[in-house]
Design a protein around this ligand. Structure first.
Ligand code: ADP
Ligand code: MG
Length: 226
């Protein structure tokens, strides 16, 4: 369970007015399910996701994670959170081109201080339906396959939360649907938070759609699927 309290983020730049990217976000999110954060470009979606994932810090406010406030997090707590608790999937995949698929996935485990065994890597690849592609280089994969590798890299850590920032933004519609179906499947076991500007995707796959505009939540609905 994730409790977000009065989160604000101001970007201060020399010689320019500060940008108030988040202006007071309050939110409670449960342990499983697929939650979409929907909003136009520049509305603050990525800023919110980065702060929730521990990649950036808020100007004001806090997150309560399993009862502990991020205000009391030590640098070690933040490292643990990023390396063990959460997994990230980005629009541009963020795979390392000079490493093989298995090395890209294995690195995530090494950051946790664990040894990436061939069987664990094979298991992660099987969950994203990419059996046998361990030795490929990312440059030899399609966009959809790259995104599946990125999901496997997140999954191998057995994270409690998967954060995905516009995971279908670089993919064609059919491939995008396949990636969201896969994330939806995973969301029965862990929380999946997806940032998107695509209302149709959000309403098709989301259990809950939180709309954000100009740094504030303007709508928050559960979606009933028949
Ligand atoms: P979204 O992901 O919804 O497109 P962002 O969270 O990336 O929106 O950006 C929200 C606002 O904050 C925008 O006005 C953007 O220009 C600004 N912003 C984002 N990152 C930075 C940064 N590192 N420095 C300054 N301004 C930023
Ligand atoms: Mg963004």
């Amino acid at each position: 369970m994730l409790d977000v309290k009065n989160l604000k983020k101001h970007y201060i730049m020399k010689g320019a007015a500060p940008v108030e990217a988040l202006r007071g976000i309050n939110l409670t999110i449960g342990d499983t399910g697929m939650v979409f954060i929907l909003g136009k470009s520049g509305s603050g979606k990525s800023t919110l996701l980065h702060i929730l994932g521990g990649l950036d810090t808020p100007t004001e406010g806090e997150i309560i994670l399993e009862g502990k406030s991020t205000k009391d997090f030590t640098p070690r707590d933040w490292d643990d959170y990023r390396n063990r608790y959460v997994g990230f999937v980005f629009q541009e995949y963020n795979l390392l081109a000079e490493f093989s698929v298995k090395e890209n996935i294995g690195l995530a485990l090494q950051l946790q201080g664990e040894k990436p065994t061939p069987s664990r890597i094979a298991e992660a690849l099987a969950r994203v339906e990419l059996e046998g592609l361990e030795s490929r280089n990312p440059t030899q994969l399609s966009g959809g396959q790259k995104q599946r590798v990125a999901i496997a890299r997140a999954l191998i850590k057995k994270p409690k939360i998967i954060f995905a920032d516009e995971p279908t933004g670089a993919l064609d519609n059919a491939t995008g649907n396949a990636i969201l179906s896969l994330l939806k499947e995973l969301s029965s076991e862990q929380l999946v938070i997806v940032v998107s500007h695509d209302r149709e995707f959000a309403e098709t796959y989301g259990d809950r759609v939180i709309e954000i505009a100009d740094g504030l939540i303007v709508a928050d609905r559960m979606i009933a699927h028949s």
